[in-house]
Design a protein around this ligand. Sequence first.
Ligand SMILES: O=C(COP(=O)(O)O)[C@H](O)[C@H](O)COP(=O)(O)O
Length: 326
Amino acid sequence: MDEDQPAVDPVVAETAEDIATMEIRGAATIADAAADALATQADRTDAADPAAFRDELRAAAKVLYETRPTAVSLPNALRYVLRGMAGDTVSELRASTIARAEEFRTELEQAQDQLGKVGANRLRDGDVVMTHCHSTDALSCIEAALDAGKHVEAIVKETRPRKQGHITARQLREWGVPVTLIVDNAARRYLDDADHVLVGADSIAADGGVINKIGTSGLAVNARERGVPVMVAAQTIKLHPDTMTGHTVAIEMRDESEVLPDAERADVTGERSDDEGLVVENPAFDVTPPRYVDAIVTERGQFPPESIVTLMRDLFGETTGEPWEP
Ligand SMILES: O=C(COP(=O)(O)O)[C@H](O)[C@H](O)COP(=O)(O)O
């Protein structure tokens, strides 16, 4: 952070650290935590005047923004809250910012419930769903289908390197859904047993491309080859406004130790512990082209990927800047 930036509340710094280290993860959960952290900053500020308050909130937003680059729900959340800062005194600004953050968090929850109902309509009684990673939006569709009395089974991809599939499997088992847990490499074989691929999204581009956990694109291509429809569950907060003006979505590269932990390094390098010819790459996300996606399910209904740009224009206008820009 710049030296002339105001200090941020320790809770903001802690939230940022938790997002960066993935204690807090998943696009919707990150957005929710970021909005909550801004509310805490507003609540605990000792800013002397409105200008200092605004500077503090912007500084907090920057610290949160710089944690992970791919999930657009994070800048979208920060922008939403900062645009709600209104008032001529610090106490008015505090109240409006906290209220705006609460409104954001409520709407996030409602949107997820609503999209779950839309997604559940695509699932028939007895369907088998293949999942990748852990997405609360995707799980909302299954939960709504269960609430509607449908029997659903799941084939859950482990999702290397961090195995978020375990979180999905645990949640589904808590709901009583029969789960078959498989390694990622087994996905194509098990697609023969699946009626749907159901995944979430970190960002949706204006051309309908879906940015989600690494491995989603390969799964979608295989699903197309096998004739299994691919459903993406994504609240509109996952729509990436900058892609309307040609920007691409940054794909996060994470630490190589997630792929090859230090304790296992010698298995690969042998005696040459500093082997510079060994490169380990760990991209966290990939882009699934729209032609491999059958439907993007949002709280505003389901869309073919090619028409998502119309919704984006409705929601964002033509373009937007950084979250802290007016
Ligand atoms: O790719 C991931 C999580 O990646 P990571 O574990 O690296 O954060 C999820 O599919 C999306 O974030 C959607 O999640 P949700 O539907 O909960 O927003």
